[in-house]
Design a protein around this ligand. Sequence first.
Ligand code: SAM
Ligand code: SF4
Ligand code: SF4
Length: 345
Amino acid sequence: MATSTKIEDTLGRGVRDLRISVTDRCNFRCPYCMPAEIFGERYEFLKREEILSFEEIVRLARLFVGFGVEKVRITGGEPLVRADLTELIARLAEIDGVEDLAMTTNGFLLPRYAQDLKNAGLNRLTVSMDALDDDVFKEMSGRPYGPEKVIEGMDAARDAGFSPLKINTVVQRGVNEHTLLATAEYFRETGDIVRFIEFMDVGTLNDWDMSQVVSGKEIVDIIGAEYPLEPIDANYRGEVASRYRYLDGRGEIGVITSVTQPFCGDCTRARLTTEGRLVTCLFATVGTDLKPPMRDGATDDELNKIIERIWLNRRDRYSELRSSNTDIGAAVVGREKIEMFRLGG
Ligand code: SAM
Ligand code: SF4
Ligand code: SF4
């Protein structure tokens, strides 16, 4: 077990989880994240030299473990479009102190990579699946294919030993709330855990407004009306999803209510963007670029000082402010934010 120097921010929150975005590119164009009309052929994604190398990612992950990080999640963009990703997984899995190595993916490339990811040491997989219905899937992925490939990818992941999968389902009013029951039914059969996510105002490109949010409560009511549910305790402090189990014993679901019931008080997540910015909130306007000091030869001690200073000064609680119905709440909603595909979910 690695020794670590635990640090706490201004609200007494430690740093437990590190989410690393390994690419800003994606093979989907979900309108709520990377709308196709903006991310077309001419869109300029980051160049190779602008993104963190595997060495840089592994180095930073080690430093964060030194401050108490135990969980690392790989995300993006779509992580599986980054070349040689399994090599990075293997290197992160070797870090003493990383107790849990997970990835969030849209699943499209899992038929090819699921087994390699398992062999490399990945512990857990979250696959995003907004709807199994053909038309709704196309609409929410922004691509002309149905869900077959992702279903195949989830099968490959279970075969490789990633059961139960976590499934992320973003719920957008007027788009997929009529398919939620079918989604819940399907994953009751496969034994996976669906987490229904309230549509969030991340980034600046998805024209978010409150009328598109289906609340966690409404989601639980829709599913619970057919398959009765009861709340159950969190697995650990700071768990993002509120958990409910089916009364008939056929598994559980989660709802992520970052809009209607924010959970900033327990937020122990740091984020590293593809280009190496340390960001301390999903809704941040800026981050601190760790790449220049790293490339200018900063020592581990020097980098640690930067990370420590940022965390000790952290005061983020965006979702709580947004929901506070105050002038501050109104002001934070309108401000510039880093896009989700740069930050990872
Ligand atoms: N490409 C991968 C995927 O889609 O799983 C990983 C990155 S994606 C940004 C991470 C998660 O964020 C996905 O589950 C996605 O559905 C979710 N997400 C993206 N935009 C969102 C929004 N506006 N509200 C809620 N969830 C969102
Ligand atoms: Fe790509 Fe994931 Fe964003 Fe969809 S949510 S566009 S799959 S990064
Ligand atoms: Fe954490 Fe920011 Fe989300 Fe609050 S709004 S839970 S501080 S990421």
